[in-house]
Design a protein around this ligand. Structure first.
Ligand code: GZL
Length: 316
């Protein structure tokens, strides 16, 4: 078909105006984001980062805070499906119970990206998982502690939310390393649900049960917020955190750097909160018909007190 000269000469302008039209709010991508809640400082920074990334990309992000309840997350995902969103971000509070709702999203041809935590459902039911390797984090934590204590340490453990992939895998990784050291033992282990209050309360019970803390060499907390609560309990027991009891945790939130700089914590491992970009890129790649890896990893390094003050100033 021969295009008229007039029409051909109009093509650049047409292309430009189409691009503008498609980038307007009426045509912007709309994603649903089912977030677990706001249980920790890290969770809040993750939420803020993902919202900021969506805004920067002109994405219409429908946000739902599940208040730590899986049933609220399932309701939110169903609502996103009913609204016909272009994609769904899901931070699954626990590993189990997602197959049905993921199948519903698949039937609606809406890609689901798991954010931060994993599920035990068939990987064909979600596009990808953007998350750290928690097993590696647990192993790195244990390796540091083994070196710090020459492989001799009775440890108390504050586990994360029961049933969450973060808690399950961090424990698996930590145990896999200390099992090589006959004189490294976890003498108490209980969930503090990733919160400061939970960490403080459980650490108080550990201290009472273990000679006021005399039997405890170190605390391994699955996140900084529980460690920060435990530090309060250790101080209230008239002990010096990081000295009498080593304090090791994960997330690298600003307040743990403050604690390290103040001599009250020994080490933290960074958990990247900036998961929105990789998630949005994965959906865009999928929409272009490109293959997407099933797991987009985002692991971080271990930090020690020697850089804590500058890290705190940079992050607060
Ligand atoms: C781990 C994440 C955990 C953080 C906690 O990726 O799910 O949940 O370590 C948060 O701070 O509550």
């Amino acid at each position: 078909m021969k295009l008229s000269k007039t029409f051909t000469s109009m093509l650049p302008a047409l292309a430009a105006s189409t691009a503008v039209l498609l980038s307007s709010p009426a045509f912007a991508e709309t994603y649903g984001f089912s977030q677990i809640g706001s249980e920790s400082g890290w969770r809040t920074s993750e939420t803020n980062s993902i919202k900021a990334e969506a805004e920067a990309r002109g994405i219409d992000l429908k946000f739902s805070d599940a208040q730590q309840r899986q049933e609220n997350q399932i309701k939110a995902v169903r609502s996103f499906i009913a609204q016909g969103v272009d994609g769904i971000l899901l931070a699954p509070v626990v590993e189990t119970g997602w197959d049905q709702v993921l199948r519903e999203a698949q039937r609606a041809e809406i890609p689901v990206v798991l954010i931060d935590r994993g599920v035990d459902a068939d990987p064909s039911l979600y596009l990808t998982k953007v998350a750290s390797d928690f097993t590696e984090e647990g192993a790195l934590a244990a390796s540091w502690l083994a070196a710090e204590t020459n492989g001799v340490c009775d440890i108390v453990e504050l586990q994360g939310t029961v049933g969450s992939s973060a808690a399950i895998d961090r424990k698996t990784g930590f145990d896999s390393v200390i099992s090589n050291f006959p004189n490294m033992n976890i003498i108490r282990s209980q969930s503090g649900d990733f919160t400061r209050a939970g960490g403080k309360e459980v650490m108080e019970s550990f201290l009472k049960a273990e000679g006021g803390g005399d039997n405890i060499c170190a605390l391994f907390a699955h996140n900084d917020d529980m460690a920060l609560g435990a530090i309060q309990a250790i101080k209230e027991a008239q002990l010096q955190p990081a000295e009498d009891i080593l304090v090791l945790s994960i997330d690298a939130v600003p307040d743990i750097f403050r604690a390290m700089a103040d001599g009250e914590a020994n080490a933290t491992i960074e958990l990247n909160p900036h998961l929105g970009g990789p998630a949005f890129d994965a959906i865009a790649a999928h929409e272009q018909g490109e293959e997407v890896d099933k797991w987009i990893k985002a692991n971080g390094p271990l930090y020690l007190p020697d850089t804590a003050e500058e890290e705190y100033q940079a992050r607060r």
